[in-house]
Design a protein around this ligand. Structure first.
Ligand SMILES: Nc1ncnc2c1ncn2[C@@H]1O[C@H](COP(=O)(O)OP(=O)(O)OP(=O)(O)O)[C@@H](O)[C@H]1O
Ligand SMILES: [Mg+2]
Length: 219
């Protein structure tokens, strides 16, 4: 079953294409000779735009930069990739980590973009994310793709993000403008760092006001 990206998300990606190409350039530049290739997308709270950001980055790296990209639904509390790509929910990440199945990557209508859904329900999500099985799964997947992007859950409200933070090459923190304060963003950033996470950048999402580039230096 081939995944088909929802038209709403495609429109959003097109709308934000200018910002996206900057982020894409930064990510390619941050790669340090291919060392930073597994990204984790997280945020402080729910609904700040992690899934949209993860898909947008996967889209930019596969369609614009022509890299082979794997997008994983790593939000076991509110998974959405299967809906957005109109594919069945399983088998997916949890089944792969439990060793139940091997080939869980699905292809999509977009060349070089593959998706792994969240998979069957597990009793304790944090146990799965802190396990060696999860790390091993990521290491194996990394061998077959240029980039692996994990759409995660927020840091506040679940320990999934913190217990797995050290397993990713780079973490991107999505911050919804006008919703999350800098104090909270800073606290979350410190928590991720203490947990061994390598934060490589932040995405300021849902900006209402656009500051023209020529004004940057003047304010
Ligand atoms: N840049 C954007 N512009 C407009 N709408 C956006 C943008 N980013 C996200 N949204 C919308 O905000 C809502 C939440 O986005 P998304 O599902 O990506 O958040 P999330 O952080 O993944 O949520 P969750 O914590 O449940 O996983 C969605 O309806 C999405 O379409
Ligand atoms: Mg999400």
């Amino acid at each position: 079953m081939t995944g088909i990206l929802s038209p709403d998300i495609k429109k959003l990606i097109e709308k934000n294409s200018r910002e996206l190409s900057e982020i894409e350039g930064n990510l390619l530049g941050t790669s340090h000779d291919g060392q930073i290739r597994v990204f984790f997308i997280t945020s402080c709270n729910a609904s700040e735009g992690k899934t949209v950001t993860a898909i947008s980055l996967a889209y930019a790296l596969s369609q614009n930069a022509r890299r082979k990209v794997l997008l994983i639904d790593g939000n076991l509390h509110t998974p959405r990739l299967h809906e957005i790509f109109s594919i069945e929910a399983g088998p997916g990440l949890t089944d792969l980590c439990c060793g139940k199945v091997r080939d869980v990557e699905r292809d999509t209508e977009l060349q070089d973009l593959y998706v792994i859904t969240h998979g069957s329900p597990v009793e304790n999500t944090a146990d799965l994310f802190r396990s060696e099985d999860f790390k091993t799964a990521l290491d194996n997947l990394k061998k077959n793709f240029d980039y692996v992007i994990v759409d995660g859950c927020p840091v506040i409200g679940s320990s999934d993000a913190l217990v797995s933070a050290k397993y990713f090459d780079g973490i991107i923190l999505v911050v919804e403008c006008e919703k999350t304060t800098w104090e909270i963003a800073e606290t979350v950033q410190n928590k991720l760092k203490i947990s061994g996470g390598n934060i490589i950048g932040a995405v300021l999402n849902k900006r209402k006001y656009y500051i023209p580039r020529f004004l940057y230096g003047k304010i």
